[in-house]
Design a protein around this ligand. Sequence first.
Ligand SMILES: C[S@@+](CC[C@H](N)C(=O)[O-])C[C@H]1O[C@@H](n2cnc3c(N)ncnc32)[C@H](O)[C@@H]1O
Length: 291
Amino acid sequence: MDTTSLLARGQKKPASIKILHAISLLLPGDWLKSFVFLNCIHRPRKLLRSLLFDFYRMDHIYDVIKEFTGNYQGNFSILEFGVAEGYSFVKKLYATRYLKCENRITIHGFDSFEGMPKDSGRCDQGLHAGDSWVEGQYQSDFKALVDCCAARYENFQLHKGMFDATITEDFVDRLRHTPPILVWIDCDYYTSAKIVFERILPALPSGCVIYFDEPYFNYGSRFTGEARLIHEINAGLLGEGIELVPDLALSLASNRIYRFINLNASIGYEPMEKRFSAEDRLLRNNGSPFP
Ligand SMILES: C[S@@+](CC[C@H](N)C(=O)[O-])C[C@H]1O[C@@H](n2cnc3c(N)ncnc32)[C@H](O)[C@@H]1O
Protein backbone atom coordinates (compact mmCIF):
# COMPACT_ATOMS: atom_id res chain seq x y z
CA MET A 1 0.00 0.00 0.00
CA ASP A 2 1.15 3.53 -0.68
CA THR A 3 2.47 4.96 2.61
CA THR A 4 1.34 8.50 1.87
CA SER A 5 -2.28 7.33 2.09
CA LEU A 6 -1.47 5.53 5.38
CA LEU A 7 0.12 8.65 6.81
CA ALA A 8 -2.81 10.77 5.68
CA ARG A 9 -4.98 8.63 7.94
CA GLY A 10 -2.61 9.22 10.86
CA GLN A 11 -1.19 5.70 10.94
CA LYS A 12 2.39 4.78 11.80
CA LYS A 13 5.07 4.62 9.09
CA PRO A 14 5.79 0.98 8.19
CA ALA A 15 9.25 -0.35 9.15
CA SER A 16 10.25 -0.64 5.48
CA ILE A 17 9.75 3.12 4.97
CA LYS A 18 11.68 3.93 8.17
CA ILE A 19 14.60 1.79 6.90
CA LEU A 20 14.53 3.46 3.47
CA HIS A 21 14.45 6.87 5.12
CA ALA A 22 17.48 5.98 7.29
CA ILE A 23 19.42 4.79 4.23
CA SER A 24 18.56 8.02 2.43
CA LEU A 25 19.93 10.07 5.36
CA LEU A 26 23.27 8.26 5.02
CA LEU A 27 23.63 9.11 1.33
CA PRO A 28 24.77 12.56 0.18
CA GLY A 29 23.04 14.32 -2.75
CA ASP A 30 19.95 13.54 -4.85
CA TRP A 31 21.93 11.82 -7.62
CA LEU A 32 23.52 9.20 -5.29
CA LYS A 33 20.26 8.70 -3.40
CA SER A 34 18.42 8.10 -6.70
CA PHE A 35 21.14 5.81 -8.08
CA VAL A 36 21.19 3.63 -4.95
CA PHE A 37 17.39 3.55 -4.75
CA LEU A 38 16.93 2.54 -8.40
CA ASN A 39 19.73 -0.05 -8.54
CA CYS A 40 19.82 -1.51 -5.03
CA ILE A 41 16.17 -1.31 -4.03
CA HIS A 42 13.81 -0.84 -6.95
CA ARG A 43 15.53 -3.25 -9.37
CA PRO A 44 15.98 -6.25 -7.01
CA ARG A 45 12.47 -5.74 -5.63
CA LYS A 46 11.04 -5.78 -9.16
CA LEU A 47 13.09 -8.88 -10.03
CA LEU A 48 11.91 -10.76 -6.94
CA ARG A 49 8.30 -9.82 -7.66
CA SER A 50 8.55 -11.02 -11.22
CA LEU A 51 10.32 -14.26 -10.21
CA LEU A 52 7.51 -15.05 -7.83
CA PHE A 53 4.45 -13.73 -9.61
CA ASP A 54 5.11 -13.48 -13.35
CA PHE A 55 3.11 -15.85 -15.49
CA TYR A 56 4.89 -18.05 -17.99
CA ARG A 57 2.54 -19.33 -20.66
CA MET A 58 3.54 -22.97 -20.34
CA ASP A 59 3.05 -23.00 -16.55
CA HIS A 60 -0.53 -24.13 -16.53
CA ILE A 61 -0.49 -26.88 -19.18
CA TYR A 62 0.66 -29.55 -16.73
CA ASP A 63 -1.76 -28.41 -14.01
CA VAL A 64 -4.72 -28.52 -16.38
CA ILE A 65 -3.88 -31.99 -17.73
CA LYS A 66 -3.40 -33.35 -14.20
CA GLU A 67 -6.66 -31.79 -13.00
CA PHE A 68 -8.81 -33.33 -15.71
CA THR A 69 -7.15 -36.73 -16.11
CA GLY A 70 -7.08 -37.11 -12.31
CA ASN A 71 -10.69 -36.12 -11.64
CA TYR A 72 -12.70 -37.05 -14.69
CA GLN A 73 -13.31 -40.22 -16.69
CA GLY A 74 -12.73 -40.74 -20.38
CA ASN A 75 -10.68 -39.09 -23.06
CA PHE A 76 -10.17 -35.40 -23.77
CA SER A 77 -9.01 -32.89 -26.36
CA ILE A 78 -6.76 -29.87 -26.25
CA LEU A 79 -7.44 -27.31 -29.01
CA GLU A 80 -4.88 -24.79 -30.21
CA PHE A 81 -5.97 -22.01 -32.58
CA GLY A 82 -2.92 -20.39 -34.18
CA VAL A 83 -0.10 -22.95 -34.36
CA ALA A 84 2.46 -21.41 -36.77
CA GLU A 85 5.76 -23.36 -36.46
CA GLY A 86 4.34 -25.34 -33.54
CA TYR A 87 6.36 -23.84 -30.71
CA SER A 88 3.64 -24.26 -28.12
CA PHE A 89 1.98 -27.19 -29.92
CA VAL A 90 4.96 -29.52 -29.37
CA LYS A 91 5.22 -28.42 -25.75
CA LYS A 92 1.65 -29.59 -25.21
CA LEU A 93 2.37 -32.87 -26.97
CA TYR A 94 5.36 -33.49 -24.75
CA ALA A 95 3.30 -32.64 -21.66
CA THR A 96 0.92 -35.52 -22.50
CA ARG A 97 3.91 -37.83 -22.82
CA TYR A 98 5.54 -36.66 -19.60
CA LEU A 99 2.26 -37.11 -17.72
CA LYS A 100 1.68 -40.52 -19.38
CA CYS A 101 -1.68 -39.63 -20.87
CA GLU A 102 -1.02 -39.72 -24.62
CA ASN A 103 -3.74 -42.39 -24.80
CA ARG A 104 -6.32 -40.06 -23.21
CA ILE A 105 -5.62 -36.69 -24.84
CA THR A 106 -5.65 -35.70 -28.50
CA ILE A 107 -4.21 -32.32 -29.39
CA HIS A 108 -5.79 -30.49 -32.32
CA GLY A 109 -3.98 -27.61 -33.99
CA PHE A 110 -5.73 -25.19 -36.35
CA ASP A 111 -3.94 -22.74 -38.62
CA SER A 112 -3.93 -21.61 -42.24
CA PHE A 113 -0.13 -21.94 -42.03
CA GLU A 114 -0.13 -18.99 -44.41
CA GLY A 115 0.39 -16.42 -41.71
CA MET A 116 -1.91 -13.70 -40.43
CA PRO A 117 -4.87 -12.94 -42.67
CA LYS A 118 -5.80 -9.36 -43.54
CA ASP A 119 -7.19 -7.58 -40.50
CA SER A 120 -10.85 -6.61 -40.30
CA GLY A 121 -10.44 -3.04 -39.11
CA ARG A 122 -9.90 -1.22 -35.82
CA CYS A 123 -10.87 -4.22 -33.65
CA ASP A 124 -7.78 -6.11 -34.95
CA GLN A 125 -5.35 -3.19 -35.24
CA GLY A 126 -2.79 -1.72 -32.86
CA LEU A 127 -3.31 1.78 -31.45
CA HIS A 128 0.13 2.97 -32.56
CA ALA A 129 1.61 3.01 -36.05
CA GLY A 130 3.60 -0.20 -36.61
CA ASP A 131 1.81 -2.02 -33.76
CA SER A 132 -0.51 -4.05 -35.99
CA TRP A 133 0.04 -7.57 -37.24
CA VAL A 134 0.93 -7.76 -40.91
CA GLU A 135 -0.71 -9.97 -43.52
CA GLY A 136 1.45 -13.09 -43.99
CA GLN A 137 3.27 -12.68 -40.65
CA TYR A 138 4.08 -16.04 -38.97
CA GLN A 139 3.84 -17.96 -42.25
CA SER A 140 5.01 -21.50 -41.53
CA ASP A 141 5.82 -24.86 -43.07
CA PHE A 142 2.84 -27.18 -42.51
CA LYS A 143 4.50 -30.31 -43.88
CA ALA A 144 7.63 -29.83 -41.78
CA LEU A 145 5.49 -29.54 -38.66
CA VAL A 146 3.44 -32.65 -39.52
CA ASP A 147 6.65 -34.63 -40.14
CA CYS A 148 8.25 -33.38 -36.94
CA CYS A 149 5.23 -34.28 -34.78
CA ALA A 150 4.50 -37.59 -36.57
CA ALA A 151 8.07 -38.78 -35.97
CA ARG A 152 7.46 -38.62 -32.21
CA TYR A 153 3.74 -38.63 -31.45
CA GLU A 154 0.42 -40.12 -32.54
CA ASN A 155 -2.04 -38.16 -30.40
CA PHE A 156 -2.42 -35.09 -32.59
CA GLN A 157 -4.25 -33.72 -35.61
CA LEU A 158 -3.33 -30.61 -37.56
CA HIS A 159 -6.14 -28.88 -39.44
CA LYS A 160 -4.85 -26.70 -42.26
CA GLY A 161 -7.00 -23.81 -43.51
CA MET A 162 -8.89 -20.76 -42.32
CA PHE A 163 -10.87 -21.37 -39.13
CA ASP A 164 -14.23 -20.76 -40.79
CA ALA A 165 -13.45 -23.67 -43.15
CA THR A 166 -11.73 -26.11 -40.75
CA ILE A 167 -13.84 -25.82 -37.58
CA THR A 168 -16.70 -27.77 -39.11
CA GLU A 169 -19.95 -28.94 -37.51
CA ASP A 170 -18.74 -32.49 -37.95
CA PHE A 171 -15.51 -31.76 -36.05
CA VAL A 172 -17.39 -30.01 -33.25
CA ASP A 173 -19.81 -32.96 -33.04
CA ARG A 174 -16.92 -35.39 -32.66
CA LEU A 175 -15.58 -33.37 -29.74
CA ARG A 176 -18.55 -34.57 -27.68
CA HIS A 177 -16.71 -37.88 -27.18
CA THR A 178 -13.44 -36.17 -26.23
CA PRO A 179 -14.48 -32.91 -24.56
CA PRO A 180 -11.93 -30.10 -24.67
CA ILE A 181 -10.15 -29.41 -21.38
CA LEU A 182 -7.92 -26.59 -22.65
CA VAL A 183 -8.59 -24.16 -25.50
CA TRP A 184 -5.51 -22.19 -26.50
CA ILE A 185 -6.27 -18.96 -28.34
CA ASP A 186 -3.16 -17.68 -30.10
CA CYS A 187 -4.57 -16.27 -33.34
CA ASP A 188 -4.12 -12.65 -32.24
CA TYR A 189 -7.07 -11.04 -34.05
CA TYR A 190 -10.39 -10.36 -32.39
CA THR A 191 -12.17 -11.56 -35.54
CA SER A 192 -10.26 -14.86 -35.68
CA ALA A 193 -10.84 -15.60 -31.98
CA LYS A 194 -14.52 -14.73 -32.34
CA ILE A 195 -15.01 -17.28 -35.13
CA VAL A 196 -13.37 -19.91 -32.92
CA PHE A 197 -15.80 -19.34 -30.05
CA GLU A 198 -18.87 -19.15 -32.26
CA ARG A 199 -17.94 -22.51 -33.81
CA ILE A 200 -16.76 -24.55 -30.82
CA LEU A 201 -19.38 -23.29 -28.38
CA PRO A 202 -21.58 -26.46 -28.49
CA ALA A 203 -18.57 -28.62 -27.55
CA LEU A 204 -17.38 -26.60 -24.56
CA PRO A 205 -18.23 -27.98 -21.13
CA SER A 206 -18.44 -25.68 -18.11
CA GLY A 207 -15.05 -25.65 -16.37
CA CYS A 208 -13.04 -25.93 -19.59
CA VAL A 209 -9.85 -23.87 -19.34
CA ILE A 210 -9.49 -21.08 -21.90
CA TYR A 211 -6.05 -19.56 -22.40
CA PHE A 212 -5.63 -16.25 -24.25
CA ASP A 213 -2.16 -15.41 -25.50
CA GLU A 214 -2.67 -11.72 -26.29
CA PRO A 215 -5.12 -10.15 -23.85
CA TYR A 216 -2.68 -7.24 -23.31
CA PHE A 217 -2.83 -6.08 -26.94
CA ASN A 218 -3.45 -2.32 -26.88
CA TYR A 219 -2.98 -2.30 -23.09
CA GLY A 220 -5.84 -4.78 -22.76
CA SER A 221 -8.41 -2.30 -24.10
CA ARG A 222 -11.89 -3.80 -24.34
CA PHE A 223 -12.32 -2.26 -27.78
CA THR A 224 -9.76 -4.44 -29.58
CA GLY A 225 -8.22 -7.89 -29.77
CA GLU A 226 -8.87 -10.81 -27.43
CA ALA A 227 -9.74 -8.44 -24.58
CA ARG A 228 -12.68 -7.22 -26.68
CA LEU A 229 -13.91 -10.77 -27.17
CA ILE A 230 -13.64 -11.58 -23.45
CA HIS A 231 -15.57 -8.41 -22.66
CA GLU A 232 -18.25 -9.18 -25.26
CA ILE A 233 -18.69 -12.80 -24.17
CA ASN A 234 -19.21 -11.61 -20.60
CA ALA A 235 -21.72 -9.07 -21.89
CA GLY A 236 -23.79 -11.86 -23.51
CA LEU A 237 -22.36 -12.19 -27.04
CA LEU A 238 -22.73 -15.98 -27.06
CA GLY A 239 -26.02 -16.07 -25.17
CA GLU A 240 -27.49 -15.98 -21.67
CA GLY A 241 -25.67 -17.94 -18.99
CA ILE A 242 -22.34 -17.94 -20.80
CA GLU A 243 -19.30 -16.28 -19.25
CA LEU A 244 -15.54 -16.44 -18.87
CA VAL A 245 -14.45 -16.41 -15.23
CA PRO A 246 -10.79 -15.52 -14.56
CA ASP A 247 -8.90 -18.43 -12.99
CA LEU A 248 -6.50 -16.63 -10.68
CA ALA A 249 -4.82 -19.79 -9.40
CA LEU A 250 -3.78 -20.80 -12.91
CA SER A 251 -3.05 -17.38 -14.36
CA LEU A 252 -1.22 -15.88 -11.34
CA ALA A 253 -1.08 -12.10 -11.68
CA SER A 254 -2.02 -12.20 -15.37
CA ASN A 255 -5.51 -12.15 -16.86
CA ARG A 256 -4.79 -14.83 -19.42
CA ILE A 257 -6.69 -17.86 -18.12
CA TYR A 258 -10.44 -18.27 -17.71
CA ARG A 259 -12.95 -20.99 -16.96
CA PHE A 260 -15.71 -21.28 -19.51
CA ILE A 261 -19.16 -21.36 -17.92
CA ASN A 262 -22.35 -22.26 -19.76
CA LEU A 263 -25.37 -22.83 -17.56
CA ASN A 264 -27.16 -24.43 -20.50
CA ALA A 265 -24.32 -26.62 -21.79
CA SER A 266 -25.47 -29.98 -23.12
CA ILE A 267 -22.07 -31.55 -22.52
CA GLY A 268 -20.08 -32.08 -19.32
CA TYR A 269 -17.17 -33.96 -17.76
CA GLU A 270 -17.81 -37.30 -16.00
CA PRO A 271 -16.32 -37.15 -12.46
CA MET A 272 -14.35 -40.21 -11.33
CA GLU A 273 -16.20 -40.12 -8.02
CA LYS A 274 -19.08 -38.11 -6.56
CA ARG A 275 -17.93 -35.08 -4.54
CA PHE A 276 -20.92 -34.73 -2.24
CA SER A 277 -23.12 -37.19 -0.36
CA ALA A 278 -25.91 -36.94 2.24
CA GLU A 279 -23.50 -38.61 4.71
CA ASP A 280 -21.06 -35.62 4.57
CA ARG A 281 -20.46 -34.04 8.02
CA LEU A 282 -18.43 -30.98 9.06
CA LEU A 283 -16.61 -32.00 12.26
CA ARG A 284 -15.91 -29.62 15.16
CA ASN A 285 -12.22 -29.29 16.05
CA ASN A 286 -10.65 -27.12 18.80
CA GLY A 287 -10.76 -23.36 19.42
CA SER A 288 -7.29 -22.56 18.08
CA PRO A 289 -6.71 -21.21 14.58
CA PHE A 290 -5.04 -24.52 13.65
CA PRO A 291 -7.03 -26.61 11.20
C1 LIG B 1 1.06 -15.86 -33.16
S1 LIG B 1 0.86 -17.07 -34.37
C2 LIG B 1 0.74 -18.55 -33.44
C3 LIG B 1 1.96 -18.86 -32.60
C4 LIG B 1 2.06 -20.24 -32.04
N1 LIG B 1 0.93 -20.57 -31.16
C5 LIG B 1 3.36 -20.42 -31.28
O1 LIG B 1 3.35 -20.77 -30.10
O2 LIG B 1 4.42 -20.21 -31.88
C6 LIG B 1 -0.76 -16.75 -34.95
C7 LIG B 1 -1.24 -17.72 -36.03
O3 LIG B 1 -2.63 -17.59 -36.17
C8 LIG B 1 -2.97 -17.94 -37.50
N2 LIG B 1 -4.31 -17.37 -37.81
C9 LIG B 1 -4.80 -16.15 -37.42
N3 LIG B 1 -6.07 -16.02 -37.83
C10 LIG B 1 -6.40 -17.17 -38.48
C11 LIG B 1 -7.60 -17.64 -39.10
N4 LIG B 1 -8.72 -16.90 -39.15
N5 LIG B 1 -7.59 -18.88 -39.66
C12 LIG B 1 -6.46 -19.64 -39.62
N6 LIG B 1 -5.31 -19.26 -39.03
C13 LIG B 1 -5.27 -18.04 -38.46
C14 LIG B 1 -1.84 -17.36 -38.35
O4 LIG B 1 -1.67 -18.09 -39.54
C15 LIG B 1 -0.63 -17.51 -37.39
O5 LIG B 1 0.15 -18.61 -37.73
